[in-house]
Design a protein around this ligand. Structure first.
Ligand code: EPU
Length: 418
């Protein structure tokens, strides 16, 4: 199992490019199952979760071709299986995203029920309830969700709470249903909008993406085509956080400033100077120590839970007392204990972490527990005194493309050891 060794103390400066968004490319790859011709996807990030999704599509029988620029062509015309097996779903919960497309396109689907995960229990009851409302005979047996329906029917569905992949699954299913589906309390995340745009480029009729009410007029078929995935706002935010925590200046290019507004406001409150262009964001900390901030995570457009851990690292070394309240997942503070091992001062009260910033963290052996938690550990290590060894970095590889190369190009002392 590889580890990252990071020598803290360097000020990060320079420019990096944002990759395509992990949480957009995964549903878009699943959406290719709905088409009756090949779909080519561009701006695909080089991530373990993408590899896992490709393996899943391959097991279903799709033919995949990857070119040297990492465009992926998926030809779904030769699908022979409608089963997402346990061994792939347990590696990546987002495998649940094939449930809606398989059912809508082939009339049946069998997807292993994802278990709990490091950040919370993460049930998929709303995916199941929504598909049932569209007429599916759907049951959970032997650890699998088994669904059947010759043709789904449009329905009015009010989601009990805002769910990103739940909205995506139901949107994909509704795209090929008979009649109109109205999805209320839908997720408004940019990745949901990107999926809607991709479906519409394949001939779907999805309206209202980016608002909390989606109206999807089902069509009889979706055709192949091409789609370019939007930039990753969380990867972007993580590199900006690396500049903020080290007192440096980093520009992230090929990104979308409009998808990060709530995060940029918090960087400004922490004392950063933010400048944006049409497709870039620059964060200049001007050598200053960050000021502690108060954050409450919530669905988009509020502050994203996927940036919470990174701001915990920032607050750990900031001036003053900060609070971070996590409202989306019930157990997303695993990084707190690891950061404390580096000298951070945290107090956990319910779903709020209260931090008292320390002037200096010190290196320690620490362990990644989930994707964004690992990003926060890397950020802390950038300012920890000495060599920090981050274990279990496979979590990072699920969502960050070449993190050590990108941070290295900004001046970080970081290397991977087997
Ligand atoms: N929930 C239910 N029932 C459901 C679905 C969700 O109770 O049927 C609950 C969850 O347990 C959670 C809340 O609703 O408490 C929101 O979860 P959501 O369904 O929105 O999360 P998700 O779709 O499983 C996606 C991202 C996550 C990101 C969350 C929140 C993908 C592939 N994953 O997960 O990304 O944190 O939305 O924005 O899009 C990450 O990239 O590190 C990551 C975990």
């Amino acid at each position: 199992m590889s580890k990252l060794i990071i020598t803290g103390g360097e000020t990060l400066r320079g420019e990096v490019r944002a990759c395509g968004a992990k949480n957009a490319v995964l549903p878009i790859l699943a959406a290719t199952l709905l088409a009756d011709g090949p779909v080519t996807i561009g701006n695909v990030p080089h991530l373990q979760d993408v590899t896992t999704t490709m393996e899943l599509l391959g097991r279903l029988g799709a033919q995949l071709v990857v070119d040297e620029k990492l465009n992926i062509e998926v030809d779904p015309r030769c699908i022979t299986s409608h089963t997402a097996p346990y061994e792939l779903v347990r590696q990546m919960r987002a495998s649940i995203l094939v449930l809606g497309p398989l059912l809508a396109r082939f009339g049946e689907a069998e997807v292993s029920l994802p278990g709990g995960c490091a950040i919370g229990s993460r049930p998929v009851n709303l995916h199941i309830k929504g598909l049932a409302a569209m007429g599916a005979d759907i049951r959970v047996e032997e650890g699998y969700i088994r669904a059947r329906c010759p043709r789904l029917k449009g329905a009015r569905i009010v989601l009990d709470l805002v769910t990103v992949t739940g909205t995506e699954n139901l949107m994909m299913a509704a795209a090929l249903a008979q009649g109109t589906t109205i999805l209320e309390n839908a997720a408004r995340e940019p990745e949901v909008v990107d999926l809607a745009n991709c479906l519409n480029a394949m001939g779907a009729q999805v309206h209202g993406a980016g608002t909390d009410t989606l109206v999807i007029d089902g069509v009889d078929r979706l055709h192949g085509g091409q789609y370019r995935v939007l930039p990753d706002r969380i990867e972007t935010g993580t590199y900006l956080a690396a500049a903020a925590i080290t007192g440096g200046c980093v520009r992230v290019k090929d990104t979308r400033p409009d998808t990060l507004e709530a995060v940029l406001v918090k960087f400004e409150e922490a004392g950063a100077v933010i400048t944006t262009g049409p497709d870039w964001i620059e964060l200049d900390m001007q050598g200053r120590r960050p000021k502690a901030v108060h954050i409450r995570t919530a669905p988009y457009p509020a502050f994203p839970t996927d940036m919470q851990a990174q701001f915990c690292a920032l607050n750990a070394v900031a001036e003053g007392v900060g609070t971070i309240t996590e409202t989306v997942f019930e157990n997303r503070f695993m990084h707190i204990n690891e950061l404390s091992r580096m000298g951070a001062q945290f107090q956990l009260e319910g779903n709020t972490v209260i931090s008292t910033g320390v002037a200096q963290l010190t290196a320690a052996p620490i362990m990644a527990t989930d994707l964004r938690a690992s990003a926060s550990l890397v950020l802390a290590a950038l300012v920890g005194k000495g060599d920090t060894v981050v274990d279990r970095v496979y979590h990072i590889d699920r969502g960050y493309d070449c993190i050590e190369e990108k941070l290295g190009s900004l001046g970080a002392l970081i290397r991977r050891v087997p």
